[in-house]
Design a protein around this ligand. Sequence first.
Ligand SMILES: Cc1ncc(COP(=O)(O)O)c(C=O)c1O
Length: 370
Amino acid sequence: MITINLPLIGEEEIQAVVKVMRSGYLTSGLGAGPEVTKFESQFAKFASAKHAIAVNTGTAALHAAVAAAGVKAGDEVILPSFTFVATAEAVVLAGGKPVFTDIDAETYNLSPRQVEKSITEKTKVILPVDLYGLSADMAPIREIADKHGLKVVEDAAQAHGLNYRGKPAGSFADAACWSLYASKNMTTGEGGVVTTNDDQTADTVRMVRTHGEKAKYASEMLGCNYRMSEIQAAIGSVQLERLPSFLEKRTQNAQQLTEILSKSAKLCLPAEPKDGKHNWYLYTVRLHRGSEAQRNKLLKELHQKGIGAEAYYVNPVHQMPYYVNNFGAAKLPETEKAANQVFSLPIHPGVSAEQVEFIGNTVLQLLSEI
Ligand SMILES: Cc1ncc(COP(=O)(O)O)c(C=O)c1O
């Protein structure tokens, strides 16, 4: 099976882990041992941010950043429903209410026009997601936030290597939250990072990371154990160095696939608006005017041919039982339509040019039978 994603771990990562294991220094009580500190400084440079705070998952990064944005009981946070559930979890964990808002039909990202409509007196934060590795439309979102005195926390879990108006993810936000989960463009197995230019936000995220402490056993706020281990950070430093080569291969694969798939009128290919450069975390197409049943049948047939195509995300968060039961039903037409029609094809750096050709031609053949 050509899997939809695959972590690329080499001898360098293995040796980095062995070195940490031999050192005997596996983690730091206050969250920043030598490997974590080194990784944070490399990541801050990569993201053009003043601070990078490494944590143990992207979910933890989101929760810490939403809490640091001051969200508390009764506050509303505007976010897409067309995302991984962790985006919404972070809001609820901080005590806030998720206000699910519709997406743009072409980019699948939060629609700035819809964001305006979702704002109430209780709104505190806008939480856009850079879905599939394409930046949300951050400039208008920043403008809306400034007009209403709101903070912007960006879910950059899928954003490593994208750029928006020539800048990395997080450049238009108060804080950005990255995931280093095994499927991502770079990985530490599990892991996450918060980047920010704001000293106060960085201090608070550091405190949330380790039990609300600045000094041991003196909690100043509610925190958690969100620390990244030295082992994860050592892997992260190597992966960050390899990231440019991973991105290059993803881009090559995406271009090759686009050339093949553009022969079919039945698919909408991934959009690349003038402001955004994709990092090709996921190559996501849409079955033009297709039904959910047709999309699912196509996925099944692709699996039978050894192609691990997947649909992200078949259940938008606003329709999940927990969110319906606690926050009520919502109607998001573009989100619901996209959830029925999209599917992603493998283009990770482990996929060869021959495999891309096989994937593209197989999709074309199956489409001709619809
Ligand atoms: C959009 C999005 N947000 C949040 C997360 C959560 O990250 P993690 O799995 O590292 O907790 C992920 C990744 O899994 C994601 O894709």
